[in-house]
Every structure is written in C-alpha cells, then in structure tokens.
Write a protein that binds this ligand. Sequence first.
Ligand code: C5P
Length: 296
Amino acid sequence: MSTAVAVAAHAKVNLFLRVLAREESGYHGLETLFCLVSLADRLRAEPRDGQAITLEVTGADCGPPEQNLAVRAADLVLAATGRRFGVHLTLDKRIPVQGGLGGGSSDAAAALLAVNALAANAVPRHELLQFAARLGSDVPFFVAGGPLALAWGHGERMLRLPPLPAAPALLLQPPVGVSTPDAYRQVDAARQGAGMRGAVALDLEALQSWGSIGRLAGNDFEFALFGRLPELRRAFEALAATHPLLCRMTGSGSTILAVYRTPAEREEARQQLPPRLGRCLAVDTLAAPPPPPEPA
Ligand code: C5P
C-alpha cells in the first residue's frame, strides 16, 4: 500500500460573478471568474486496511464527517477503484467556513486528488472532473488546478486563462452570515419584473490585468444583499474607499476581497479599516497552479 500524501487546498475568490436564469431544478446558471489565493487548508490522506473513511478536523467545526464533502469525495474515488483500501483524512482548516471562499469545495477537490494519488492515479482526470461536478459548483475549478478560470453553467464548464500577476489582497469578513439559498432568493426577488439580462461580450484582454477586471461589473449578490445587510454594505464601502484595483464580494458572501498594487498599499489600507467592520486577512493571489499531492 502506498504511503500517506498531503496537499494544500487553496481558497478561491470570484473576480466577477453573474447569476443567470433560475432553472426548473431551482438552481441558477452562473458565469464567473475564479482565482486561487494563497490562503489554504491542508489535507492529508493515509491509506488504511479495510474500507472505512475516517476524518479528523482541526481548526474549525465542519459538522458531521459523513456529510463532509471531502469524505464524499474520497468515497467516490474509492468506489471507482474497487475499494481496495480505506482512508484516514486529516484536515487542518484555515479557510473561514461559509465565507464564499470555497473552503469545503477545495477540501473536496483535494480529497479527490489525494485519494486518487493513493490509488496510483487510477481515475483519469476527466472522470475526476465529473466527480467534482457532482460534489458542487466550485469543486471542478479546484480540480482543474487553476489559478485563473472563467466558468459557466454550474461551474463544470471552464476556460482556463493565463494567470494574472500575483497580487497582494485583503479578505474582509463582515460579522454577518449569508445563507447561500437565501442569497439566491434575494437575487430572484431583486430581479422581479426586471426582464432579461443584457447581452455581454467578454474580451480576453479585459481578463488579463487587474485594472481591467476591476472595471468589469461585480458580483450580482452584492446588489441583492446590500439593501438587507447594512453591515455588509458598510464593509464593502470602507474597503472600496482604500483605493484597491478591484473590490468585490466573493461567492454569495460574506467575504469581501480587495486587490492592491503593492504590499505597502495593502498594509496602509489594512490600517485604515476599523476592526468593527470584520476580521481582515492578508493573502496573495496565485500566479501558478499549486503542486499536486506529495508524500507526507
Ligand atoms: O450548491 P449548494 O448546495 O451550496 O447550494 C445551496 C442552494 O443554493 C441550492 O439549494 C439552491 O437553492 C441555491 N443555488 C442555486 N444555484 C446554484 C447554486 C446554488 O440556486 N448554481
């Protein structure tokens, strides 16, 4: 049996996010630009005799293991490879939970890759992507390896893009919780009677510099949520006032991202932000794909 492997499970941000029509299933189509950041959970997968999948989590409370996306991901790979061994997963959480940073999805992608590495990469890449799409809308991006991709549909269709230069950024977490289903309902409600969305033609050039991405329209959840959650709007406005290249809410919130020209500008911005707005984390955007699982 092969030895244990470990892999970093990076967080993502959405540099723009458009919510398209509500489908019959109740789910909405999406159009989004994903980017990886340096903040990461760490996942270790150790093969064990038997068929059980066990999970040990440090750093955050992630609920019952059987509902954990990383466990479900490990199960998909073990089932596809004939359940020749069991797995013990150790997850060190650093990405804030339920903040729109894709932590749970990234852990799931890391589990797909790590358990597949234990199985000598028996599951081909395209099949891992199918598993990823079954696990959730953000998971395929993490399996694809990033660091920058335009995604649409339910996140399972992607165009990987040349990376943007690594940039210093802040992640501000206002002290408000946003439930994802509720966020979609607010988008639907805000659009009642507003008609179809306008036409859009994206330009590859507009996706190749921080300045031009900053000028694109932002995140559809911002408009829908700011009216109801003044703390969220205040945090966004305070961060936008620090003159970043780009300021956006990520995913369905509540984390807000700002990207700066230099680490010094980021530090100056950080000092301007009153602590009551929320917890602030300094991260860097990634300009290269993270390394694959390694022996640990
Ligand atoms: O993907 P997740 O399980 O986090 O989605 C939670 C809820 O968010 C769904 O039940 C649905 O109401 C809404 N959703 C949606 N369109 C998507 C993703 C989620 O309407 N693309």
